[in-house]
Design a protein around this ligand. Structure first.
Ligand code: NAD
Ligand code: GLY
Length: 365
């Protein structure tokens, strides 16, 4: 087991990465201070892994209840968080309880948000079960739900007490979801870690084949990048943490336009990252060869690189205007100053952005 740390003074916490962590008492005992635990999972993950976590916690003396959500991004809304509150209240959960998120980013974001709100805030632990949630969403304390008018628009910052990234659970993840996780892995290389990007270029075939050693290294390097950024800018108060949103403004527009769950978050981010690279090239910041490099690694990871043909530039612009990086009504995007160095910028002509939005299959050409 590897242990990394997210350094946030009294809110610091460990990220455990390794095999068979779900049943490892070491990962729970110090981090579940209360005896009353609610495990939140979903209808896909619960039959696979809930019993293991539940039995481990019960054997350690915890009183465990469960709340099972329907599976899907389309259920990541206030109504389904309200269902978690109902279970907590019906079962008389006190302020000293702990919520355990057992699932991917959807379960993690919703459980964290419920923990941030229930009785004005209770503790929660993240057990991410997708590659995407192990390398990104479980770390850093962004929690929340979607609104019909915008992705992740309702939420709170709430750090977990620990993150258990059990790599064995990824064996049951399907190839499409696995690829979606690789998008966020590639993101770290593109925004701030050129040596990692080069390592990924050399090892993508092995990662796609799910080589365990390579996968553990990719997860650890991703989590280290995320932990460093979060430690430096926990609340996205300056533009450092915003860099983690490379491709997300384009991607969130795709997710919202196509209907939540149609394009996976990681797929939309992948195409969005190529769009951000294309715009960076049109602005003269990176070369055409750099855009080809971005496209090549995304394709090597089996990710989509063509925006939905049915989306117009007007639709993109309208949805992109509902973005948390918009300040004083001005759209700001994460772009690439060079490969391995992202910046947040509002400094682009609208016509140039429109060229990217209509480029379709011609991105980078
Ligand atoms: P997800 O939670 O929808 O999980 C993907 C699918 O895989 C689901 O059907 C799920 O039931 C299934 N699944 C999960 N673990 C499995 C396993 N081990 N075996 C078999 N099936 C499994 O999607 P995701 O990609 O994990 O997360 C996407 C969500 O995360 C989005 O809502 C996105 O907005 C959010 N997100 C949040 C942050 C953050 O910082 N909080 C960062 C990135 C993404
Ligand atoms: N996934 C973006 C962030 O955590 O800030």
């Amino acid at each position: 087991m590897q242990t990394l740390s997210v350094s946030l003074a009294e809110r610091s916490y460990p990220i455990f990465i390794g095999e068979s962590l779900l049943t490892n008492p070491e990962c729970y005992q110090t981090y579940l201070k209360a005896k009353q635990v609610l495990i939140v999972s979903n209808t896909t993950i619960a039959p696979l892994y809930l019993a293991k976590v539940e039995q481990t916690l019960q054997s350690l003396g915890y009183k465990v209840a469960c709340h099972i959500l329907p599976d899907g991004e389309q259920f990541k809304d206030l109504q389904h968080v309200e269902g978690i509150f109902k279970t907590l209240l019906e079962q008389r959960f006190n302020r000293d309880c702990v919520l355990v998120a057992l699932g991917g980013g959807v379960v993690g974001d919703m459980t964290g948000f419920a923990a941030a709100c229930y009785q004005r805030g209770v503790a929660f632990l993240q057990i991410p079960t997708t590659l995407l949630s192990q390398v990104d969403s479980s770390v850093g304390g962004k929690t929340g739900v979607n609104h019909p008018l915008g992705k992740n628009m309702i939420g709170a910052f709430k750090q977990p007490t620990a993150v258990l990234a059990d790599t064995s659970v990824l064996d049951t993840l399907n190839d499409r979801e696995y690829a979606a996780g690789l998008a966020e892995v590639i993101k770290y290389g593109l925004i701030r870690d050129l040596p990692f990007l080069e390592w990924l270029e050399q090892n993508m075939a092995g990662l796609v084949a799910r080589d365990k050693k390579l996968l553990a290294e990719a997860i650890a390097r991703s989590c280290q990048n995320k932990a460093d950024v979060v430690a430096a800018d926990e609340l996205e108060a300056n533009d450092l943490r915003a860099l983690l949103n490379l491709g997300h403004t384009f991607g969130h527009a795709i997710e919202t336009a196509m209907g939540y769950g149609t394009w996976l978050h990681g797929e939309a981010v992948a195409t969005g990252m190529l769009m951000a690279a294309d715009l960076s090239w049109r602005l003269g910041w990176i070369t055409q060869a750099d855009v080809v490099r971005v496209k090549t690694i995304l394709q090597a990871a089996n990710l989509p690189v063509i925006p939905p043909t049915e989306m117009t530039s007007e639709q993109f612009l309208s949805l992109m205007a509902v973005d948390k990086k918009v300040l004083a009504g001005k759209l700001r995007l994460v772009l690439l100053r060079q490969l391995g160095q992202a910046v947040v910028s509002a400094d682009f002509p609208l016509q140039t952005l429109e060229q990217t939005l209509i480029a379709g299959t011609e991105l980078g050409q």
